[in-house]
Write a new protein. Sequence first.
Length: 116
Amino acid sequence: QVQLVESGGGLMQAGGSLRLSCTGSGLTLSSYAVGWFRQAPRKEREFVATIGYRDNSTYYSDSVQGRFTIARDNGKNTAYLQMNSLKPEDTAVYFCNARRTTNNYWGQGTQVTVSS
């Protein structure tokens, strides 16, 4: 059974940092593109960042470019999202996604709340 488990969310003041983790079981994350998405209250889920599986190329949304960094540790079967210079508008549930061809998996999400 494939499972993605996010962790690391919490409450942080604006300007602070958090690191989210996404640990996979039942799949080898290094064989998947991994993405982070977020969903704020009353808003649609939006793309945050992704890392490729062939060359670990990364891509970010304009709203987090320069503040967030996505990375992976293949030995731990885990992907990370380092979030710096947090803003109140970063408040959302953050979801991890692993995809390759027709396989597409989601975690249950972790709450990030940034206070002003």
